[in-house]
Design a protein around this ligand. Structure first.
Ligand SMILES: Cc1cc2nc3c(=O)[nH]c(=O)nc-3n(C[C@H](O)[C@H](O)[C@H](O)COP(=O)(O)OP(=O)(O)OC[C@H]3O[C@@H](n4cnc5c(N)ncnc54)[C@H](O)[C@@H]3O)c2cc1C
Length: 402
């Protein structure tokens, strides 16, 4: 009989195990994971560098902010950095507040966590998927053969199933009487039918992205957009997708990109006008070359049905105004996303109303806890999702060790 069994050994599960064992060394703790090794997803995070937290972490960044408030206030970015320091891992913070390991390698993050588990004597079972949990008297039976006084379910969501999180944790929770808010892929590339942007493939711009559901602007995001043959990638597009994910199938969704953030619309019109006056013989396809990459300039000219090889002098004042307006408000209708296979996180999951925000313990099944992405909590790119996995893992580990 284990005192605590942790189901799913990712960022949240490993943190919960270390926290519980450090609190009470007497406890017999086990982790079980369906993959051949623990914490595989950590290796893929931050493009292999693991953006493990962010100095701008606060509860308002998260969906279900009331629920996350206690965990984030008590186990915020400072506590996470201290936790990693205690494991022997040091960090740095980039200009945008994102925290990375000093080694710039995600493998270091996983290594220090693994070494600590081994040092603490935490039992690890790998290559074993949990498909059944039941409660008998005051203990749980897992896969019909393990017994544990408490279980912490940290199976993640459905995003990036090749790294182990295939949504099976939601089924375990349903069988124990919990409600699941419909899981959707989030922080994933957006798809679009827009033909003009196909010619922008491979180009990156730093712009301001306004996110629209029908005619309503729901948020503005500043950051990088990468144009692709299927639509939009880059951090700002993935963050936009997270905001749109609940509407993509039912509403008209679009993003409006400001392709010239340095200028107001009037300034831009003046500057384009000056380019034309100074170079009346310039081909139209080149008049925006000083503002945006050439292919984007060509596409914008095409949008206004101006011939690329016509001379600049054909462009009148009214067309210049329309051009500057288009550059400041380049709208792209989006049709969907690249799905769970490519998603970084899941939006949706275990209904947070059924869990105690201070302990992550279920209000339905005593002794059952959840932490990390399996809960209906999500945040933009920037280290906030791992931060949540660590914070909630600490809450659960601390309480389960009582
Ligand atoms: C490519 C990529 C890059 C990312 N980059 C960042 C980043 O830089 N910063 C950031 O903050 N976030 C990032 N994220 C998101 C972040 O990785 C997740 O939010 C975080 O890993 C969630 O941790 P978790 O422990 O809750 O779940 P997971 O990390 O998904 O771990 C769940 C574990 O449970 C196991 N499991 C699942 N079902 C079962 C079962 N039935 N039985 C047994 N075991 C099971 C899985 O094998 C897995 O090991 C990224 C995600 C991806 C996919």
């Amino acid at each position: 009989m284990f005192d605590i069994m942790i189901i799913g050994a990712g960022a949240a599960g490993i943190t919960a195990a270390i926290t519980a064992k450090r609190k009470n060394d007497e406890l017999n703790i086990a982790m079980i994971d369906s993959m051949p090794r623990i914490g595989k997803k950590i290796l893929a995070t931050g493009n292999g560098r693991c953006n493990l937290s962010n100095i701008n972490t606060n509860e308002s960044i998260y969906r279900n902010s009331d629920f996350v408030s206690y965990a984030i206030r008590n186990y915020g970015h400072k506590e996470i950095v201290s936790f990693f320091n205690s494991l022997g891992l040091y960090t740095y913070t980039d200009d945008e507040g994102r925290i990375y390991p000093l080694s710039n390698t995600a493998a270091s993050v996983l290594d220090v966590m693994r070494f600590e588990c081994i040092k603490l004597g935490i039992t690890i079972f790998t290559d074993e998927k949990v498909s059944d949990i039941s409660k008998k008297d005051d203990y749980f039976i897992i896969n019909g053969r393990y017994r544990a006084k408490k279980v912490i379910i940290t199976c993640g969501g459905s995003a990036s199933p090749s790294q182990g999180s295939d949504g099976s944790g939601f089924e375990l929770l349903k069988h124990t009487g919990h409600s699941i808010i419909k899981p959707l892929p989030a922080l994933v590339q957006l798809t679009s039918d827009n033909k003009i942007i196909k010619s922008f493939k491979g180009l990156r711009i730093k712009g301001k992205v306004s996110v629209y559901v029908n005619d309503e602007e729901i948020q503005q995001i500043e950051g990088e957009v990468l144009f692709t043959d299927y639509g939009l990638s880059g951090i700002a597009s993935m963050d936009a997708q997270r905001l749109l994910c609940r509407y993509l199938n039912s509403e008209k969704c679009s993003v409006v990109i400001d392709l010239a953030t340095s200028f107001s619309e009037d300034d831009l019109a003046e500057k384009i006008s000056a380019v034309i006056q100074n170079n009346p013989d310039l081909k139209c396809e080149n008049i925006l070359s000083g503002f945006v990459p050439k292919k984007i300039g060509q596409g914008l000219i095409k949008c206004l049905y101006i011939k690329n090889n016509a001379k600049a002098a054909v462009i009148d004042e009214n067309t210049i105004r329309r051009l500057s307006h288009l550059m400041k408000n380049f709208r792209i209708y989006v049709t969907g996303s690249k799905g769970f296979e490519n998603a970084q996180i899941t939006c949706g999951g275990a209904d947070v109303n059924e869990f105690d925000p201070e302990t992550m313990q279920s209000k339905i099944t005593e002794g059952l806890y959840c932490a990390g992405e399996i809960l209906d909590v999500d945040a933009p790119c920037g280290g906030f999702n791992l931060q949540w996995a660590f914070s909630s893992g600490m809450c659960a580990g601390n309480d389960a060790a009582e």
